[in-house]
Design a protein around this ligand. Structure first.
Ligand code: 5AD
Ligand code: SF4
Length: 481
């Protein structure tokens, strides 16, 4: 039952037709990062091709798929509590099929089948089998596991997966005119706290022509902003004959695609390799957004060493200075982990100082969460109490909020170009400002969030907004003609 079946499965464009399931409906719930959202979009597309319909209502679904995240324990707990809820639904609807897809499926494998609710376990490299797995589970009522065994030893190039990804549409209409495209799978960095290399496998860069073909198709379907994805995307490296393609080459090729107006990329690892090329291309190519997400994680050299991050705080700040010198106006975002084992108050204060100096647009702060099987979990005791992690988390965010507030104030009175995402979920503007038009949200090329009133028909289009008011993380303004 267990094992990687991708070897005996030859995917071709007509594959999905073999399992045409008219009338059956699927409900998909997705947890986690943008990489996971992209996997969900591919799964949705494959199931649609295979004839499945979709429902927002779990109780109406013939099959429920949960695309999962393992990066922190909390993410896994949310999945488990969702499975508990599905177990109750299954008591009344025993024929309903439940599948766990993604990182948690790869991490726990067959163990997940012990959960009463679970029928299918499907790792991130097996999503090409999803239509087959769901079809078989619905027909035969048999449980199935499809994960990669010994994932770090698996051959990194997975031809079947690449063909699947290239052939599948990216079925993600969540934000009009925007889409994600994977540049790389997996990760070889082995930061000691991180589960990703163990659940997403070795690093592999996708062929540039496959990436560009996808971008062309997306542009033909009205996509204007494409975000290239990779765990350490600035390591992108693809050898074709004598030529080694790096991320800067992808920028050049993607810039030539008509219809694409903005190109973003996440996430960058602080390293010298390709850095100058990437920044130079960013400065030269108008379509490449001046935005860099480059996590520092900590500013204590002792902690950085324990995390296996291959730079010092000084080197990291040097990389930021270079980015600002080569790309004036660049917006930089960061990630931090607080409460890593043995992080003293002084180590944490070093991080506070770095956040003040780095002048991020925004940063994400996470409490260290030990992940089973990682080096940090095996070798280091999780010795920072939860209250201390919480306090450090709040303190760091407060420091960043002040920095963000100073940066956002510089926008007052300026007019910015935004790509409109759609209706704003939160009511930010009071009705006096409302002019009877709904409240929209968009982002600048540098990823600043902008809220303003305008017609809903602007969703997926570019607009100019004059900034009249700011909060640390949001700019507010008026549509200008
Ligand atoms: N605990 C807390 N945060 C983590 N991250 C990755 N692994 C862990 C962990 N075990 C954070 C890092 C990374 C972001 C995606 O998640 O900051 O950049
Ligand atoms: Fe995890 Fe480090 Fe790879 Fe990022 S670079 S996915 S933190 S191992």
């Amino acid at each position: 039952m267990a094992g990687d079946r991708s070897g005996r499965l030859i995917f071709h464009a007509k594959f999905c037709m073999l399992f045409f399931m008219s009338g059956q409906t699927v409900h998909i719930k997705s947890f986690g990062c943008q990489m996971n959202k992209l996997d969900t979009a591919l799964v949705t597309s494959a199931l649609r091709e295979a004839g499945f319909g979709f429902t927002e209502n779990v109780k109406e679904a013939d099959a429920v798929l949960i695309n999962t995240c393992s990066v922190r324990e909390h993410a896994e707990q949310r999945v488990l509590s969702h499975l508990g809820h599905l177990k109750h639904i299954k008591e009344k609807k025993p024929d309903m099929v439940v599948g766990v897809v993604g990182c948690m499926a790869q991490r726990l494998g067959a163990e997940l089948l012990e959960h009463d609710a679970v029928d299918i376990v499907c790792g991130p490299a097996q999503i090409l089998q999803i239509a087959e797995l769901v079809t078989e589970a619905l027909q035969d009522k048999k449980k199935a596991v499809a994960v990669t065994e010994k994932i770090r030893k698996a051959k990194p190039e997975n031809q079947a997966l690449e063909e699947f990804e290239s052939a599948c549409g990216i079925d993600d209409k969540a934000i009009p005119a925007q889409a994600f495209v994977r540049a790389m799978r997996g990760c070889n960095k082995f930061c000691t706290y991180c589960i990703v290399p163990y659940v997403r496998g070795p690093e592999v860069s996708r062929p540039p022509e496959a990436i560009i073909e996808q971008i062309k198709k997306l542009a033909d379907n009205g996509v204007k902003l494409v975000t290239l994805l990779g765990q350490a995307i600035n390591s992108y490296k693809y050898q074709a004959g004598d030529k080694t393609y790096c991320l800067a080459d992808l920028f050049r090729l993607a810039s030539e695609v008509n219809g694409i107006e903005w190109i973003r990329f996440v996430t960058s690892y602080p390293q010298d390799e390709f850095y100058d090329e990437i920044l130079k291309a960013m400065a030269e190519l108008p379509k490449v957004c001046n935005y860099l997400h480059m996590p520092a994680q900590s500013s204590s050299d002792k902690i950085l060493r324990a995390m296996n991050r291959n730079y010092t705080a000084e080197q990291y700040l040097g990389l930021l200075a270079k980015a600002r010198a080569m790309v004036p106006g660049i917006a930089i975002a960061g990630d931090f982990i607080v409460g890593f084992p043995q992080e003293t108050e002084q180590d944490f204060q070093d991080t506070v100082e770095l956040v003040k100096k780095a002048r991020y647009k925004n940063c994400f702060v996470f409490k260290y969460s030990p992940r089973p099987g990682t080096t940090a979990d095996k070798r280091l005791e999780d010795n920072i109490p939860l209250e201390v992690k919480r306090r450090r988390n709040i303190e760091l965010l407060a420091v960043q909020e002040k920095v963000s507030g100073e940066s956002s104030r510089e926008f007052l009175g300026r007019t910015v170009r935004v790509l409109v995402e759609g209706l704003s979920k939160k009511p930010h503007l009071d009705s006096a400002e409302g002019q009877n038009l709904p409240q929209l949200v968009g982002r600048t090329a540098e990823d600043w969030i902008v809220v303003f009133n305008g017609p809903e028909s602007l969703a997926g289009k570019f607009a100019k907004v004059k900034i009249t008011r700011v909060s640390p993380l949001t700019l507010f303004g008026e549509l200008s003609v």
